[in-house]
Write a protein that binds this ligand. Sequence first.
Ligand code: X90
Length: 277
Amino acid sequence: MNFKIVTDSSADLRELSDIPFESVPLKIITDEREYVDSSDLDVNGMLADLKKYSGRSHTSCPSSGEYMQAFGDCENIFCITITSNLSGSCNAANVAARAYLEEHPEGKIHVIDSLSTGPENALVIEKLRQLILAGGDFESIKTEISDYNINHTRLIFSLESMRNLANNGRVSPIVAKMAGLLGIRAIGRASDVGTLEMICKSRGPLNTANDILANMIGDGYKGGRVKLHHANNVASAELLKTKILEKFPEAEIDIASAGGLCSFYAEQGGLLVGFEI
Ligand code: X90
């Protein structure tokens, strides 16, 4: 059976081995230029440009046409998107999935609304990859991956600024005030309905790492897989990795740079933590 995994660029994954995979880019748009969140994007260069830029900026999700192109003529497609509560990406993927089924009545396609973003989506994609490589059939993979996404993965984040989130209506200006003071980080999680839920403020890198870990454990973390995606802040990811390993020496922890979309919203210094429960 031929399978393909399609996602949008919010998952921060540019490639996947052994299975056909495509990341459909979102775009970051300022009055001066447009950044396409593909593998050629220089994310740190974009963050440096944005630091100097004080005008308007926004993002746009893929169109259904772009998703249809990614689906192509593949027979079995799993598509996972950023939370439908903050982006139109999932809706575009669903429109494309209906068009795909009209053209390919024998084909199978399942769109997963991750209710999250970044490293939590990357965990779900890696699980999908494993399930497909293990030879599962489409319907059983669909059941298992929904259970994994809903019941076994979570996302916690720490942000030094929430200006882009607030300017684009993704959090209220009152919530955004939690971050932005020098040295203060706002810690939050992806809520059950895929919105930002604030947890607390932390001051300083060590407290931030300890607070994130305490909240991971509070959410049910017991030493499973963790993915840390940072916006130009590998030091905060390394520190959290050390803290997690002190408590859970067997934990499998990957560190990666966030892509363009997550870096735009998480902003310089932001850290996104996807983990298994
Ligand atoms: O459609 C679009 O233009 C994309 C809009 C995306 C808006 C939110 C992206 C958030 C990225 C920030 C911290 C994690 C929040 C998780 C909430 C589920 C990263």
